[in-house]
Design a protein. Structure first.
Length: 367
């Protein structure tokens, strides 16, 4: 079967690309490895920019896609080891999404032909031709298209097949395994603020938030011993600072992130194949990456639409249109004040004094 475009990955970035292409009249195949709806180890924080992007492309987001408590998200509250406590707001009010429902809604309303529970086992990409080998319910099949969008996350198969040397040198070494812990807990915390923590002795930035009666904690580390140490330190720190007490047996979920973009290594694809979201290296430093996936998915699809009928591959247009985004995402590393990723960090500078400067340096080292 031949399509105008094949999109690999039915997360927010892939669904946005499929939606824009379908509305432009393209025949689109949306391929997802898992069967939808599926759980995803993700905080599900939708920034104001993400909510606006979804409204523009899909209309109002159904209430079922949002957490049951219906409370908005104002930003992040940062707790530092020396007692520092800072509010880092978003540009407006965000929301918590239930990823299983959100992704199922976005995929179902994308206008594309959806193949979920379908694994990509290989692909070949030419200048204006992509051939994708698929495995579904034990049967192999092949689909072809003029364009391809890779939105398949941190361990992107599309990136690995498209640019194997780049993958070996930059993407593979930048993979970072994190652990998400979900538990019932008691703590003194306003759920409208995402928690960020810099406990003493930790190597990374701890993340936590309350949602629907549960507490979610995320830590990074190299291997099981690494994340266990980080988690123990975070739990002890939060017990002292906000009185956290876990109830019952927690649920653990492993998460893989690709931090190649933090080091300035991005890959937007090549020729007729474009990469979006984390597959391209786009990663918010605080872990709020859904808005970057949506933004890059939209720009990738628009670049394909604008290039259709021309003897120029869409990668050139996509690279040009993404340049301001890459400069914006790289800029915070040079200055690290004011707007850093999704958050306004002015509070870290406004207070002045030794403690604030120390906390700012510690935060910069860890992210």
């Amino acid at each position: 079967m031949h399509y105008d475009a094949i999109v690999v990955g039915a997360g927010p970035g892939g669904c946005m690309a499929a939606r824009v292409l379908s509305r432009a009249g393209f025949k689109v195949l949306l391929v997802e490895r898992e069967t939808l709806p599926r759980e995803k180890a993700c905080g599900g924080v939708l920034l104001p920019e993400a909510l606006e992007a979804i409204r523009d492309a899909y209309g109002p987001l159904p209430a079922a896609c949002l957490a049951e408590d219906g409370k908005g998200v104002k930003g992040a509250r940062l707790l530092c080891e020396g007692g520092g406590d800072y509010l880092l707001p978003f540009s407006g009010e965000g929301a918590y999404a239930v990823r299983s429902r959100l992704d199922a809604f976005l995929a179902g309303e994308s206008g594309a032909e959806l193949l979920d529970g379908c694994e990509v086992t290989g692909l070949e990409v030419g200048r204006f031709r992509a051939r994708v080998r698929l495995q579904r319910e034990g049967r192999g099949e092949t689909a072809e298209s003029t364009y391809l969008v890779g939105a398949d996350g941190a361990e992107s198969l599309v990136l690995r097949a498209l640019r194997p040397e780049f993958h070996r040198l930059y993407a593979q070494p930048a993979l970072e395994r994190s652990m998400l812990l979900i538990a019932e807990a008691e703590m003194e915390w306003d759920p409208q603020w995402v928690g960020l923590a810099l406990p003493r002795g930790g190597r990374g930035l701890g993340r936590f938030f309350r949602r629907e009666g549960l507490v979610f904690l995320a830590v990074s580390g190299g291997g099981e011993s690494g994340w266990r140490g980080e988690l123990e330190g975070l739990l002890s720190f939060l017990g002292e600072r906000v009185g956290m007490e876990l109830r019952g047996e927690p649920v653990r979920r492993s998460v893989v992130r690709n931090r190649m973009g933090i080091n300035g290594n991005y890959s937007l694809g090549a020729g007729c194949a474009l990469l979006v979201g984390e597959a391209a290296g786009l990663l918010d430093p605080w872990g709020f990456g859904i808005h970057l996936a949506l933004e890059s998915g939209r720009i990738a699809a628009e670049s394909i639409v604008e290039s259709a009928g021309e003897n120029v591959t869409p990668h050139l247009r996509y690279r040009y249109r993404m340049q301001p985004v890459l400069e914006r995402e790289s800029g915070w590393r040079r200055r690290f004040y004011g707007k850093v990723g999704a958050l306004d960090t002015s509070a870290l500078k406004a207070g002045g004094g030794f403690a604030a400067r120390r906390d700012r340096r510690a935060l910069r080292r860890r992210i």
